[in-house]
Ligand binder design. Sequence first.
Ligand SMILES: NC(=O)c1ccc[n+]([C@@H]2O[C@H](COP(=O)([O-])OP(=O)(O)OC[C@H]3O[C@@H](n4cnc5c(N)ncnc54)[C@H](OP(=O)(O)O)[C@@H]3O)[C@@H](O)[C@H]2O)c1
Length: 263
Amino acid sequence: MKTFNDKNILITGGSSGIGKALITEFYKEGARNIAVVGRDEGKMKDLKSEFPEAKFTFIQADVSKPKDITKIASKIKNEWDHLDILINNAGVVSAGALDDISDEDIIAQQNINTTGLILLTKHSLPMLKKSKDAAIINVSSGLGLIGMPFYATYAATKAAVKQFSEAMRRELKDFPIHVMTVYPTATDTPMMKTASSKDMDTPELVAEKTMKGLKNEEIDVILGGEERIENNKENFKNPLAFDKKVNSMYDSMKERASKHRSM
Ligand SMILES: NC(=O)c1ccc[n+]([C@@H]2O[C@H](COP(=O)([O-])OP(=O)(O)OC[C@H]3O[C@@H](n4cnc5c(N)ncnc54)[C@H](OP(=O)(O)O)[C@@H]3O)[C@@H](O)[C@H]2O)c1
């Protein structure tokens, strides 16, 4: 995909963090037709002053609710005759030892990060299939590639996104719909407020790499540099050896994750 000024874009979680940086990136490339999904309508409406030329459609909806998914799909159908880019970005985390996380937080992470993403993709497909040049961008996480202690549920939701993207790329081979997955590492957004650390990526960097990946028709955009790529390979080839590396961070991760919640 090379041009964006005529594209119809639907993004979940565009009011904050990585989603907002993605809107900035697409806007810079000339995109104007942008539908944004989020639970908090006020946060979405704040986007208007930052992107004065955008023709926004704000859809107050919770992606974990099937009836809200059909509401999003019908709003998009009323607004446009086709959809070019679906960005499944909305996500939440509730970390800590598994036996300390409430059942409600476990279910909500699955429903928002995975089931909502799958349902919205399903209900967007009829409109995406009407585009001559479409893309689905799914935001996973580095934790979807390497499972880390105290993030078992979150990692499971994000690994599911990886697998879903790969399967859909193959399923959609006869349509001009590029499927791409983004794997951010720790990024300085409101999601990390309760687990902030030094050396986090900026959301702008994630958005820039996503745009570059889309222009180059990459299937995976992995943040975290060469070290992360090497870790992924090492973990795949020799997970027991990688366990030792993870063990050395065990206590600090436990402490940090125990407070990490953004729901
Ligand atoms: N930040 C990181 O370190 C990091 C690392 C790896 C992956 N990621 C992934 O990147 C994506 C964006 O995260 P972020 O860091 O930008 O988080 P963020 O700043 O907390 O933003 C999350 C966005 O998702 C929306 N959202 C949350 N639950 C929703 C729901 N049920 N229905 C609709 N919208 C919902 C929020 O809006 P409302 O609250 O108004 O609904 C908000 O706009 C997530 O998928 C996250 O898992 C983040």
